[in-house]
Design a protein around this ligand. Structure first.
Ligand code: SF4
Ligand code: SF4
Length: 380
């Protein structure tokens, strides 16, 4: 059995949140069960881009500060590190509040720059991850609970994709192509290369809708923690009211027989999951829609049944960030106009994730729009 602890937390007030984090960790043995004196402890928050904490794109800095202080008090040498999807590391750290969190807790900040090539243990023969990530004695994973256009939800396992340095992420998207299960498998293989000692999920203010960067902050008032990232994700999905059938990471983890993938085998500590009020997060618009059409029809009508990115030309400033990040080079900017080549697009949604102006929208195929209207489905 894997243990997952869950507590309610009303907000990010320092004193109240510190009490809630201590309550959360107490049934798991407290911070001393995860950090020993002298160990180099890497805190891995979600540091996608330089957005203010209120946008709920990144892990809240007060939570990062508190966990950093707890790890320090347990004798750890704490480093806060990541590889932002967009923007310079220090400027992103400043905007997200991590610079201040590090200063207040006496932690160092470390950008993931230097990589180490590791032999893969599954279908990916070799995976390069950040050296500071791999060489840390302990990793404390601090994901934000958000919807995600490709993986439906991003939480503990997905947050570890940050261990892949900067632009190298695009290469992995390209390898996985349009296959969500292959990308989920990659994320699980990264997780298995170096498992975090502890995962603490910031679901106090989470994100629903068009996550992970353009969604809507939603008050959920929950903290989740556990040593097993898969089990933590399974519980996080229940907190978000999203069924496992829509979660490629959960499905893939179950098919690999990974520990923590089956909810019945998770030992809940603290608040019982049944006592957590039900809530269903709005799903991202770009998600695939399942109407149960015959596979042949779906194949023939693919372009009419699929959503693709499309820039809102009234907002887009043609900065080129999405074009430079697009793994299959499907975005072109010519004659002051941006276009997406649908035949190349693998629908990884990196362009939407990284656009700093929320200018990359979604255009659904005609038939898809009609079917959605008829079925009353907004996104599933
Ligand atoms: S869609 Fe966004 S990232 Fe792409 S060129 Fe326009 S403003 Fe820049
Ligand atoms: S256009 Fe956007 S969704 Fe399509 S492959 Fe490029 S980055 Fe991914």
């Amino acid at each position: 059995m894997e243990s997952v602890s869950i507590v309610r937390a009303s907000g990010y007030d320092y004193d109240e949140l510190k009490k809630a984090v201590c309550e959360l960790l107490e049934p798991l043995g407290g911070i001393n069960a995860f950090v020993s004196s002298g160990e180099k402890v890497l805190l891995k928050p979600n540091m996608l881009s330089g957005k203010s904490p209120e946008k709920a794109v990144t892990t809240h800095p007060v939570l990062v500060q508190i966990v950093s202080e707890l790890a320090r008090d347990a004798g750890g040498r704490v480093v806060i590190g990541d590889s932002p999807g967009i923007g310079g590391f220090l400027s992103v750290a400043e905007k997200c509040g991590f610079y201040e969190a590090a200063r207040k807790s006496g932690a160092a900040l470390a950008e993931f720059k230097d990589g180490v090539e590791l032999k893969g243990g599954g279908i990916f023969k070799s995976i390069r991850v950040a050296r500071n990530y791999y060489e840390a004695d302990k990793i404390i994973n601090l994901p934000k609970l958000k919807t995600h256009e490709m993986m439906t939800l991003t939480c503990a396992v997905k947050n570890l994709f940050g261990a892949v340095i900067g632009a190298e992420k695009a290469g992995w998207h390209l390898k996985a192509g349009t296959s969500k299960s292959l990308f989920a498998r990659l994320l699980l293989e990264i997780y298995l290369l170096k498992k975090p000692a502890l995962n603490i999920v910031d679901a106090i203010v989470a994100m629903e809708g068009d996550g992970p960067s353009s969604g809507t902050p939603i008050k959920r008032g929950i903290l989740i923690a556990g040593a097993n990232a898969v089990a933590v994700d399974v519980i996080a999905a229940r907190v978000a009211g999203i069924p496992g059938t829509l979660l490629p990471i959960e499905r893939e983890a179950a098919s690999l027989g990974l520990s923590g993938a089956v909810i019945e085998e998770i030992n809940m500590l603290g608040e019982s999951i049944q006592n957590i009020p039900a809530m269903s997060f709005k799903l991202p618009k770009g998600m695939d829609v399942q109407f149960g059409l015959p596979p042949l029809v779906t194949r023939i009508m693919k372009s009419h049944l699929t959503s693709y990115p499309a820039a809102d030309h009234s907002i887009c400033i043609l900065c080129g960030i999405c074009r430079d990040a697009c793994p299959p080079v499907a975005i072109k900017i010519r004659n002051s106009a941006l276009s997406v080549d649908k035949s190349r697009c693998i629908r990884c949604w990196c362009c939407r994730e990284l656009c700093p102006h929320n200018a990359m929208g979604i255009k659904s195929g005609r038939l898809l729009r009609v079917l959605k209207k008829l079925s009353g489905k907004s996104s599933v």
